[in-house]
Design a protein around this ligand. Structure first.
Ligand SMILES: [Zn+2]
Length: 194
């Protein structure tokens, strides 16, 4: 049985509060190069009333493939996933008392960006070959305004795991003015409390 939360020391450079923590000079665990299917990352930062969440996921976890969508079925899958990802209420639950309301959401999908840049080069064989070997990510940046941010103590991603069952774990890093912690959330341990 896996421990529900694994505390991960944050890179000292991330926070002036941790500058003296020389004994924990670990590499930043969120390296974007570390794209492993099944694993996503979520960075959460609360500053004043502004709550920002940055999700990075292999496209594989979200749509089940990482090639450029060509068939109608693939394109439909991508559109459906994008709709889900930009509807934060279906994916995550925050402490209701904090009164957090979404103010913006930005989706950055490698799959559809390639599609656009590829538009005039349908017979670019070299590009196609490279593309087949490439890993592609989907990133979503959520910004919330919280009426009572000091009440924000909890996030639950149960619905995210239900919507995207290929996601085996989400490495979460949280930074608030009072708390810094890391956690590994899984389908059987979907919530982070701080
Ligand atoms: Zn991949």
């Amino acid at each position: 049985m896996r421990r529900p939360f694994l505390l991960i020391p944050l890179l000292a450079a991330l926070s002036p509060l941790n500058i003296s923590a020389h004994e924990h000079e670990h590499e930043h665990e969120h390296s974007l190069a570390a794209h492993v299917h099944g694993i996503a990352t979520l960075d959460i930062a609360l500053e004043g009333q502004v709550l920002e969440l940055q999700l990075h996921s292999p496209a594989m976890n979200i749509v089940g493939f990482e090639y450029q969508p060509r068939s109608a079925a693939d394109k439909k899958k991508v559109r459906a996933a994008e709709r889900l990802l930009t509807n934060e209420q279906t994916l995550m639950s925050l402490t209701p008392a904090a009164g957090c309301a979404l103010t913006s959401v930005t989706l950055d999908n490698d799959l559809t960006e390639q599609q656009h840049s590829d538009h005039d080069h349908d017979h670019d064989q070299k590009h196609d070959a490279a593309e087949q070997q490439a890993h592609n990510d989907i990133a979503v940046h959520y910004v919330f305004h919280c009426a009572t941010p000091q009440q924000l103590k909890h996030i639950d991603l149960a619905n995210f795991f239900s919507a995207f069952p290929a996601t085996e774990k989400i490495n979460v890093q949280l930074i608030t003015e009072q708390a810094q912690q890391g956690a590994v959330l899984t389908p059987s341990s979907t919530a982070l409390n701080w």
